[in-house]
Design a protein around this ligand. Structure first.
Ligand code: SDX
Length: 427
């Protein structure tokens, strides 16, 4: 609490004094909770100026391009930590001791299998279903199998569900891929790392030995870290809203997956690769940049711009480096990377993008890395959802731990005033 106040004066009415609350970092917030009782609502479609909750998990400074998870800078976590350690930090608030980490890793590793009956659930989908549709459906259906951890009011149930989700999402994600290509599901292996196990379940077949490439394993682990959490983005806000009604965690995460799928959000990585493929050559870039600036054209540069970052997305910087590492390791020269680098150069020097502070975001380079790893673009957002599951769980857990009210925004109503009903249908 601060001693700062805001006084709101509606013409001809008594001024209303509101508290200004200060966080550890970032903007102060005006506490408007009492406004409703004074007959006023705030109006903020898209929540461009709204703090929906208090949180201790992630901090973003969009102007400075800063991203902290429990205070730790993302570039340090991406280069010095591993995804499971970052999961522990996001969920528990502190870096684990060696003993705490081993216990955490053992629990996650030993819950990676899913109920065998769930494999039949996949067969209800067409083989050419988008993997995100399958992932969304199967994740929601986990509630139909794991009845013993659905009482969200019990901390132990919340913990069991959290571990089940963290453990099983790579298995579900890889199964979505295997199902889409008509290959048999590959069971998880407890001797592999989280990222290594995922790659194994994605690419191993019963016909031959599959060895995880350590450079690709490291790159996948880094991609998972870079996508783990990002404050109150659209899908995390969706999870919090769903969770605020007391909905079970599997349903809340399925809601998050659905929201993430949109091309303005997590679907941008798939859309960005499709855009680069459509551009196909550096010579075509000016035409697409022209379209992106044309108000009458709905086309936007996918992988560019961000609601919060008005500077370079710090995750994009790390992703760019990882992109070069993977391509060098694979001895690949990806034409799309050439197009991406030229597009980035052109956009970063174009007044339209400079004035609007539009920089490459996390989705700009991730698609090129995943494509180089042999992963189809339809799986990009599935991998984003798998990585973000820990962030969604952390916020869902924080909401329950801190106590919550059901999310129930109001509106500015501009429809008809009351009128008498008279049907036009024959009596
Ligand atoms: C993610 O919120 C998060 O944290 C999300 C995320 C996470 O980790 O959870 O970081 C992941 O979703 C990253 C964003 C991925 N989306 C894309 O790359 C899709 C392309 N980007 C845009 O759709 C857009 O930039 C958004 C949706 C990301 C942000 O949109 P805003 O904040 O609502 O901004 P806006 O649409 O009001 O744009 C402001 C101006 C507009 O021009 P003017 O009306 O001022 O003339 O910038 C223009 C927009 O037309 N603009 C773009 C553009 N993005 C914004 N113009 C061309 N290409 C773009 N990509």
């Amino acid at each position: 609490m601060s001693d700062k106040k805001v006084t709101l004066t509606v013409t001809g009415e008594t001024p209303v004094e509101l508290d200004v609350l200060q966080g550890t970092l970032g903007q102060d917030v005006v506490d408007v909770r009492s406004l409703g009782s004074k007959g006023l609502f705030t109006f903020d479609p898209g929540f461009t100026s709204t703090a929906s909750c208090e949180s201790k998990i992630t901090y973003i400074d969009g102007d400075e391009g800063i991203l902290l998870h429990r205070g730790y800078p993302i570039d340090q976590l991406a280069t010095q930590s591993n995804y499971l350690e970052v999961c522990y930090i996001l969920l528990n608030g502190e870096a684990p001791t060696q003993e705490q980490f081993e216990e955490f890793r053992t629990i996650v590793t030993r819950h990676t299998m899913i109920h065998e009956q769930i494999t039949r659930l996949f067969h209800g989908f067409r083989r050419d279903s988008h993997p995100m549709a399958v992932m969304c459906g199967v994740t929601g259906a986990l509630a139909a199998f794991y009845h013993d951890s659905l009482d969200v009011n019990l901390e132990r149930h919340r913990e069991i569900a959290a571990f089940r989700l963290l453990s099983k999402m790579p298995t579900v994600a890889a199964m979505c891929y295997k199902y889409s290509i008509g290959q048999p599901f590959v069971y998880p292996r407890n001797d592999l790392s989280y990222a290594g196990n995922f790659l194994h379940m994605m690419f191993a077949t019963p016909c031959e030995e599959y060895t995880v490439n350590p450079v690709l394993e490291r790159a996948m682990d880094r991609i998972l870290i870079l996508h783990a959490d990002h404050e109150q983005n659209a899908s995390t806000s969706t999870v919090r809203t769903a969770g605020s009604s007391g909905a079970n965690p599997f349903a809340c995460i399925a809601a998050g997956i659905a929201s993430l799928w949109g091309p303005a959000h997590g679907g941008a990585n798939e859309a960005c690769l499709r855009m680069l493929e459509e551009i196909s050559h550096k010579d075509h870039i000016p035409e697409f940049v022209k379209r992106a600036k044309d108000k009458n054209d709905s086309f936007r540069l996918m992988g560019f711009g961000h609601r919060v970052y008005k500077n370079y997305d710090p995750r994009a910087t790390v992703m760019r480096e990882t992109c070069h590492e993977v391509l060098n390791e694979l001895g690949m020269k990806d034409d799309l990377l050439e197009v991406a680098m030229e597009l980035e150069h052109i956009a970063l020097n174009d007044p339209y993008f400079i004035e609007r502070k539009l920089y490459p975001n996390v989705d700009f380079y991730s698609g090129i890395i995943l494509k180089a790893m042999g992963i189809p673009s339809s799986m990009f957002t599935v991998i984003f959802a798998m990585a973000r599951t820990v962030g969604w769980i952390a916020h869902w857990k924080e909401m329950h731990d801190e106590g919550m009210k059901i999310a129930r925004p109001r509106q500015l109503y501009t429809g008809y005033a009351q009128r008498e009903f008279e049907s036009n249908l024959p009596k």
